[in-house]
Design a binder for this molecule. Structure first.
Ligand SMILES: *[C@@H]1O[C@H](CO)[C@@H](O)[C@H](O)[C@H]1NC(C)=O
Ligand SMILES: *[C@@H]1O[C@H](CO)[C@@H](O)[C@H](O)[C@H]1NC(C)=O
Length: 393
């Protein structure tokens, strides 16, 4: 098209104009595509790199019994049994779970390796004190528990604590109080096991006796488990209560301090000496801490027993609306206690491919306690040739 001054103005319908624009667009498009391609290529490389680094605990077989020769200690009897007071923290309505754990894990533990006294710890059914359907159903559940206890006699019902996640730390504390109801001279370890954990007690006992042979649980403070790290400490500011609702869910005072190890939710063992020491605190150690910090709480007590006496440790309030402020929390006991920490990641771990990549790996001869295992898997595991042999029957 020609304007009046003779200059050419291209219009879209001009054939050569169409062409030019098109090829310009094409080359632009090509560079862009190339860049996009390069970008995605880079992303894919990075993803593959990360997956390779992280996934090794997730890939491969779930069992290693065939791949690794059986260590000698597994078949070496011990001179005297390990005496364990075991608490299994579980939900009040987990009837099937308790039945399976009794049959697959607790029944037939060899007396020569472990002298086991155990209890399940449950709270009061939620909504029991209300009216209507919920309360009626709750009453039926409590009756069923009573019946179950008449048969097995292995359930501690904590009537003051409603069975809700916010109060699981109080169940853990009650479990230790039960462990400590006999003298520390009568047992070795107060052990707590989650209700989705399977423990091979014979392996556990032999592993402790031979792999950690210097431990004296009745004479020194010891914590055994698989450790992670945290930096929160608590001060006991909430009174024990039989209430429900908001009042029952108050939390102890949080402060931040030096990083310490805590046993991740698989289970843990506190030496009888440490249990007695912790239970000596008056006022009691803080135990009103909501899930999922209930396992952190155990590590925090042990760290606090030492760190709250250390003048060079810095504690401060958590940052929130106000800037953190330095504080000096009150020690739990008048003297400092230094605990031996046994971080046994080979012996205590999550089932392969479940939970955190740091704590999950395949089950082998050295596996003492495996976590995140289903009820059907517990039964199948106990039935395995390599595992079955460790129980009396
Ligand atoms: C707490 O409340 C429950 C349910 O109402 C009751 O059974 C229990 O006896 C109470 N305990 C105390 C110490 O009052
Ligand atoms: C625990 O062990 C420590 C250090 O060995 C000792 O001082 C303390 O008296 C023991 N506590 C108990 C209750 O035996």
């Amino acid at each position: 098209m020609y304007s009046t001054n003779g200059q050419y103005h291209a219009i879209p319908t001009d054939p050569e104009c169409h062409q030019r624009k098109h090829s310009l667009f094409q080359s632009l498009e090509r560079t862009l595509l190339l860049r996009i391609f390069a970008f995605f290529f880079l992303i894919i490389i990075v993803v593959i790199f990360i997956v390779c680094r992280v996934a090794s605990p997730l890939l491969g077989p779930a069992f290693l019994f065939d791949a690794i020769p059986k260590p000698l200690y597994i078949d070496t009897p011990i001179d005297r049994p390990l005496v364990i007071r075991l608490a299994i923290i579980c939900r009040v309505d987990a009837f099937e779970r308790r039945e399976t754990i009794r049959a697959a894990v607790l029944d037939g533990v060899p007396q020569g390796d472990v002298r086991l006294e155990y209890k399940f710890f449950v709270g009061r059914v939620k909504g029991l004190d209300g009216y209507g359907e919920t309360a009626m159903e709750g009453t039926r559940t409590m009756r069923r528990i009573t019946r179950e206890n008449e048969v097995h006699g292995d359930i501690v019902v904590l009537h003051d604590i409603e069975d809700v996640p916010e109060r699981i730390s109080e169940k853990r504390f009650a479990a230790l109080r039960w462990a400590n109801s006999v003298s520390y001279e009568e047992y070795d370890y107060a052990m707590t096991m989650d209700s989705d954990t399977f423990c091979r007690f014979r392996t556990l006992a032999r592993r402790i006796r031979y792999m950690y042979s210097n431990l004296k649980p009745r004479e020194e403070p010891i914590l055994i488990g698989s450790m992670s790290k945290k930096d929160v400490y608590w001060q006991n500011t909430v009174r024990d209560t039989n209430a429900t609702g908001i009042k029952a869910k108050e939390e102890d005072l949080w402060v931040k301090g030096p990083v310490y190890p805590y046993p991740v939710g698989i289970g843990y063992m506190l030496s009888s000496n440490l249990t007695a020491t912790i239970m000596n605190a008056d006022p009691a150690v803080p135990h009103h801490i909501h899930y999922p910090y209930d396992d952190v709480m155990i590590g925090s007590w042990i760290a606090a027993l030492k760190d709250l006496h250390n003048p060079s440790s810095v504690f401060q309030t958590l940052s929130g609306k106000f800037a953190p402020e330095q504080v000096s929390p009150t020690p739990y006991l008048p003297y400092a206690i230094s605990t031996k920490i046994v971080d046994d990641k080979i012996g205590w771990h999550d089932y392969k491919g479940r939970g955190s990549v740091r704590t999950a790996h395949a089950i082998g001869w050295d596996t003492a306690c495996v976590h995140r295992i289903s009820l059907a898997e517990m039964v199948a595991f106990r039935g395995m040739e390599e595992v079955k042999m460790e129980w009396d029957y």
